[in-house]
Design a protein around this ligand. Structure first.
Ligand SMILES: [Zn+2]
Length: 185
């Protein structure tokens, strides 16, 4: 961040009075620009033994497969966000959603909230952000062409541990950008 969104003057990185970490502070108007993690909401939407998958038509990871997921918007609930993403990416109508997992990614300051639910209808089609969409069985999922580690881990958790409990984990990333999953409980 270079300029203050309140008054347009330059900001500087410093620890504000009564704070304990660096923030972008405007020396002109005094505004403190707090930056906090983003919530990403997504869903494993199923129909029998098949899962809704989307092939990305946008960067990053253009052409790779993902679960419907995206940044939460203001003024919506987490479940609404997940259902909205399914509609936007696959024109898919989600049935009632239950929380499947909470995954913290401190290295990119994101928190993923993944839901599970049945698709209300089998009618799906690619939204603007998808090249194609498909209902896939475990064997059909292109495991070597998944867009993000969280997609791979979510699908593995789904198939290996099911939906009886909420999966709570965090991800770390090493120098080689390899991502590892750590269970919290
Ligand atoms: Zn300012």
């Amino acid at each position: 961040m270079n300029y203050c969104s309140q008054c347009g003057q330059q900001v500087t990185l410093k620890i504000p009075v009564d704070d304990n970490r660096e923030r972008f502070v405007c020396d002109h108007c005094g505004y403190i620009h707090y930056q906090n993690p983003n919530n990403v909401c997504g869903a494993i939407l199923t129909r029998g033994d098949r899962v809704l998958m989307c092939r990305r038509a946008i960067e990053p990871r253009y052409g790779l497969w993902t679960l419907p997921a995206g940044f939460m918007e203001n003024n919506e609930t987490v479940a609404e966000a997940a259902a909205r993403e399914a509609m936007e990416e696959a024109n898919a109508q989600a049935g009632p959603l239950t929380l499947f997992g909470i995954f913290s990614m401190p290295y990119i300051s994101q928190v993923y909230l993944m839901f599970h639910g049945e698709l209300a209808s089998e009618e799906i089609s690619p939204g603007q952000e998808s090249l194609e969409v498909a209902m896939m069985s475990r064997e059909q999922i292109p495991w070597d062409q998944l867009a993000f580690p969280v997609v791979e881990h979510s699908l593995k958790l789904y198939y290996e541990h099911g939906t009886d409990r909420v999966h709570h984990a965090w991800f770390s990333r090493d120098e080689q950008r390899r991502v590892q999953l750590h269970f919290i409980d």
